[in-house]
Design a protein around this ligand. Structure first.
Ligand SMILES: [Zn+2]
Length: 451
């Protein structure tokens, strides 16, 4: 089938629909009746479902959480493949040179919030299915497009879907990168509490739990001003000053995503390591041993582990703040297939015993794994190779994609290694030729799996 020619002809229509979707500021907002994530997300969902209906698909809105567009070829009753996209976006943020909620076409690129994450892929999935329906009418199995509206804020859309509908046995989400992500580490977020002595008034640092903190700050007693000022003289990251009769210590590190922490410099553990050398505070000293500065492998808390499929465990102390005499810390852990929530829970409890630091919260999800030699992955890699000419392989990541909780699911596209599409940043874009190519790849994949 000549999907490429068909999709190129439809490109102006696709760009128009993408522009229509980008114009909705579908950032999570106050719920209203039938609109659990706010008015704009609901409107974006209505818009894509009405476009799907016009193209001849069976559409249904599932209580405003998400929507489906089904294609069941003549005489066929089963849905074999699901393609999962989302229509919600993160806030625009600062630094845009074009309007964020308006599609701007410039230098063969389409700019606007959601162009790559994930409104562009949603339009590509819709037109891929339309191309298959038009050019390959003898499909043997049905296909379901699922449009969610809460991926950026916890995927309550998928949880709701699962209470009402079955997931197709094979699902891919074009909400990450090529070639195929089949393995995602398990994720744990925990919080720790320890009592500070009167030597340390406060420690704070970090903005979000899933990032290596770039900055941290402590206020300690005036008596430490001289010794810490001298000690900081040779350390580029540390600065010490007198503040309201106390001593302020700042550490400037480097941010990184918590799933790839070795690229960052952890300001909280850097600060704690520095303080522990000069101030005998039990909590500070214990933390400096448990979360060693420069080590992100969990060795200090006895949970270092690694396997061939998913790689090494990462543990990042990413948040710290002080409440009265209490220091509260947040930790982000990503663990490989060989680990379990229980194993890590026990390991941390063991490491904390006798330190005076307590584990207050512990929440996690298991790792995700789909067979790399199964039918879905083989078909997707074949479609990828047929269209791009590149031989692709499965990859494992530390983060969680939209299919983390969906058995048999993988992430497939649409980012290519080496390009920064500015997702979640200013001037997000999709190159027009990739917007078209993604659509062709998805069409080939649908035919491969359901043909
Ligand atoms: Zn996304």
């Amino acid at each position: 089938m000549n999907y490429s020619k068909f999709v190129k002809e439809k490109a102006p229509e696709m760009i128009k629909l993408l522009g229509h979707l980008i114009a909705y500021k579908s950032v999570m907002d106050t719920p209203q009746i039938g609109m659990p994530f706010g008015k704009e997300a609901a409107a974006a969902l209505d818009a894509v479902l009405s476009a799907a209906k016009k193209l001849g698909f069976d559409t249904r809105n599932i209580d405003g959480y998400c929507g489906v567009a089904d294609y069941l070829p003549e005489g066929c009753s089963d849905i074999k493949l699901g393609i999962l996209c989302h229509l919600d976006v993160v806030p625009a943020g600062e630094g845009w040179t074009v309007p964020p909620y308006f599609l701007t076409e410039k230098d063969n690129k389409l700019y606007g919030r959601g162009a790559t994450d994930d409104k562009g892929p949603a339009v590509s999935a819709l037109y891929a299915l339309y191309a298959v329906k038009t050019l390959c009418p003898s499909l043997k199995h049905g296909v379901r497009l699922i449009f969610g509206t809460n991926e950026e804020n916890g995927s309550a859309d998928i949880a709701h879907y699962l209470t009402k509908e079955k997931m197709p046995p094979m699902v891919f989400t074009p909400d990450a990168e090529y070639p195929v992500i089949n393995c995602e580490k398990g994720m744990i977020r925990l919080s720790l509490e320890g009592k500070l002595s009167d030597k340390v008034k406060s420690i704070s640092g970090g903005d979000v739990i899933n990032a290596v903190p770039a900055r941290a700050r402590a206020i300690v007693g005036a008596e430490y001003l001289d010794v810490l000022t001298k000690a900081a003289a040779g350390i580029y990251e540390v600065s010490v000053s007198c503040e309201d009769g106390m001593t302020a210590v700042e550490f400037n590190g480097k941010a990184a995503h918590a799933s790839i922490p070795d690229g960052g410099i952890n300001a909280i553990t850097g600060l704690i390591d520095f303080l522990a050398r000069y101030i005998k505070d039990d909590t500070v000293c214990a933390l400096s041993r448990l979360f060693k500065f420069g080590h992100n492998d969990g060795s200090g808390v006895g949970i270092k582990m690694c396997d061939d499929q998913s790689g090494a465990l990462t543990a990042v102390l990413s948040l710290a703040h002080t409440e009265g005499e209490k220091l509260v810390c947040g930790v982000d852990i990503r663990f490989p297939l060989c680990g379990s929530l229980d194993m890590i829970h026990k390991g941390i409890e063991g490491a904390l015993s006798g330190t005076g630091i307590t584990l207050c919260e512990f929440n996690g999800t298991k790792p995700h794994y789909t067979d790399p030699s199964g039918e879905l992955v083989s078909a997707l890699l074949k479609a990828y190779k047929d269209v791009t000419g590149e031989v692709g392989e499965c990859i494992a990541i530390g983060g969680g994609t939209y299919v983390h909780e969906i058995g048999g699911g993988v992430a497939f596209g649409v980012e290519h290694d080496g390009t920064d599409y500015h997702i979640h940043g200013a001037d997000e874009f999709v190159p027009i030729d990739e917007f078209i190519q993604n659509t062709v790849i998805f069409a080939k994949a649908i035919e491969e799996i359901c043909g």
